[in-house]
Design a binder for this molecule. Structure first.
Ligand SMILES: [Fe+2]
Ligand SMILES: [Fe+2]
Length: 212
């Protein structure tokens, strides 16, 4: 077997390892989870709703890990790779916070997460291969859509679950930064049909993870 084949196998094994860790191992955050007032007690209906919404957000963060991993694999521009790595570290915080909150709410993660990971990884790898401006434009559009999704979840949570709200508020703040950074680095606006296709994919994910 030649060196190139060995390298490809190495890369593939590394990516499979990252996927398994994201899907099965507990995530660790570099920043503590945003705090909320102590002693908050939720009614059962609110707890069940919060658990479903945080399961959806956890799936979104699993997909974000895959998107960034896929893009980092194929991106050739060093500035883009550095920005992707910085954003990916914050996405790991989001993943860990959603996991923690799901445990507190006695919720479970979605059985569909492997599917979202595989699909998002492929989309990310494709976006990364399209070059700097398309790749960054893809990040900017993704983060814009995530921001509007998080805002809708904050409205649905109401004021009863301030712990989940505090987490989603910090995530929204971070996603806005990720999107702004990608746009500032030269991300170009995506063609309308691509943005619509991305929105339909995210609707599939939010509905799938809400129930499953
Ligand atoms: Fe995130
Ligand atoms: Fe983000």
């Amino acid at each position: 077997m030649d060196t190139r084949s060995f390298n490809l196998i190495d890369i593939a094994l590394g990516e499979i390892d990252k996927a398994i860790k994201t899907l099965t191992a507990p995530s660790h955050s570099s920043r503590p989870a945003p705090a909320a007032p102590e002693g908050e007690v939720l009614q059962e209906a609110q707890r069940a709703l919060s658990a479903r919404l945080m399961r959806v957000n956890h799936s979104g963060e699993v997909a974000a890990q895959a998107l960034y991993q896929g893009q980092a694999l194929t991106a050739r521009d060093a500035t883009v790779s550095a920005a992707l790595r910085h954003a990916a570290a914050e996405e790991t915080d989001h993943l860990a916070w959603c996991e923690l909150r799901l445990r507190e709410l006695k919720g479970r993660t979605s059985v569909l997460n492997p599917l979202w990971y595989a699909g998002s990884f492929a989309i990310g790898a494709l976006a990364g291969a399209l070059g700097r401006s398309a790749s960054l434009g893809f990040v900017a559009e993704t983060e814009r859509q995530v921001e509007s999704h998080l805002r809708s979840h904050m409205e649905r949570l109401g004021r009863a679950d301030r712990r989940s709200l505090a987490i989603l508020e910090q995530m929204t703040h971070d996603e806005i930064q990720h999107g702004a950074q990608a746009a500032a680095l030269g991300g170009k606006e995506l063609p309308f049909p691509v943005a619509v296709a991305m929105r339909l994919t995210s609707l599939l994910m939010t509905h799938g993870s809400y129930w499953l």
